[in-house]
Design a protein around this ligand. Structure first.
Ligand code: FA5
Length: 339
């Protein structure tokens, strides 16, 4: 009986350690116990045999218990392409991956939108297919105007356009919200969405990317309001007090027009030259009176600003990403860094 007790203790110790719990039933301790029967006095043999069998029953109950615990830890996936009884180490690892995660652009858009919502902007979606009126005419690009060439994008045979910027929404949104003005409320809308351009691709140019458009219209809005709004947004988004710069530019739909640049955040500092110091994020300006008028807003009583930023460029700056092509690459190694 002492021999069986020792064997029991040894078996338990081994059982705790081994991965494949079933293997314990084939352990040499059992064989040694059965072989030991020959050395037992004949009238004690049946008692000894019964004790070995009891031990075996007990060991089986250890296995059952540990299976139950495993099952509690890990629910059974009935769609898995293996038998549920296959031990873990023998299951094929098809996916070699853990759970999926939210794409960094999706997550950043929701952060960006949060900031603007806190500032009182409402959020609207753009479209991935639009027409010449919204892309150009309503935005004060006359037919044949050379500025149309700056927005070279993709067209369908029917003459529809994959929008090259989110400004295509300006006319629709001014019309939709113009009653706000009669009620002494501003029009304050942001539009984060996908846009398309026929581009030569490089580290900062994609053919498919995201922009965030903003429009703000009320009585007596001026460039100072534009700068204050954009600076407040950038400081919140980058959680760093960055220097900002407006430089004169040309867009047919704003007058005056500017390019909005920020100082490179610390992670992307290159050298101290003036040329390397600034990163251009997007365009902005005071909405052109023709654009307001076209949407039925009286430019004599109301004025406003608009802006359009490239979202990838902002995310690249915030996270120190050196190449825009990572975003659409479906490269898991890249994407998993943003869990
Ligand atoms: C525009 O698209 C204007 N609609 C912006 C605007 C809106 C001006 C409202 C005034 C009022 P632009 O072509 O510069 O402007 O593009 C704006 C930003 O989009 C760029 O600064 C850049 O951040 C981003 N962008 C432009 N082209 C690409 C591209 N191929 N890949 C990635 N980002 C791009």
């Amino acid at each position: 009986m002492k021999q069986i007790e020792t064997a029991r203790a040894n078996l338990r110790r081994k059982f705790e350690k081994i991965e494949d719990k079933n293997a314990i039933l084939k352990d040499s301790e059992f064989k040694a116990l059965f072989d030991g029967i020959r050395g037992i006095e004949p009238d004690k043999r049946s008692e000894y045999g019964k004790a070995i069998n009891d031990l075996k029953t007990e060991v089986k109950s250890w296995i059952e218990e540990s299976d139950e615990q495993d099952n509690e830890k890990e629910p059974i996936d009935v769609t898995a392409p293996w038998d549920v009884n296959t031990p873990k180490e023998k299951r094929p690892n098809f996916f070699n991956t853990t759970q999926g995660s939210i794409h960094p652009i999706t997550r950043e858009i929701s952060d960006i939108v949060d900031i603007f919502q806190r500032m009182g902007f409402v959020v609207e979606e753009s479209r991935e297919i639009d027409n010449d009126y919204n892309m150009f005419t309503s935005l004060n690009f006359p037919l044949g105007h050379p500025a149309r060439d700056d927005y070279d994008t993709f067209n369908t045979d029917e003459g529809l356009i994959a929008p090259a910027h989110t400004s295509t929404m300006q006319n629709r949104l001014l019309k939709k919200y113009k009653d706000n003005l009669a009620n002494e409320e501003p029009i304050a809308v942001v539009v984060p969405d996908r846009v398309f351009r026929n581009e030569d691709l490089d580290a900062t140019h994609e053919h498919t990317f995201y922009q965030i458009e903003g429009i703000f219209v009320a009585k007596k809005v001026n460039v100072g309001n534009l700068i204050a709004t954009l600076s407040a947004f950038m400081n919140d988004y980058f959680a760093q007090n960055l220097e900002t710069k407006l430089q004169p530019f040309y867009f047919p739909f704003t007058e005056p027009s500017f390019e909005f640049a920020i100082e490179r955040p610390d992670v992307l500092k290159k050298n101290d030259s003036e040329e390397q110091k600034w990163l251009e994020l997007g365009g902005c300006g005071m909405i052109h009176p023709n654009v307001l008028f076209e949407a039925g807003v009286d430019p004599k009583t109301s004025s406003g600003f608009a802006f359009g930023f490239g979202i990838e460029r902002m995310v690249m700056m915030k996270n120190g990403i050196e190449d825009i092509r990572h975003f659409e690459s479906a490269n898991l190694k890249f994407l998993r860094q943003f869990k």
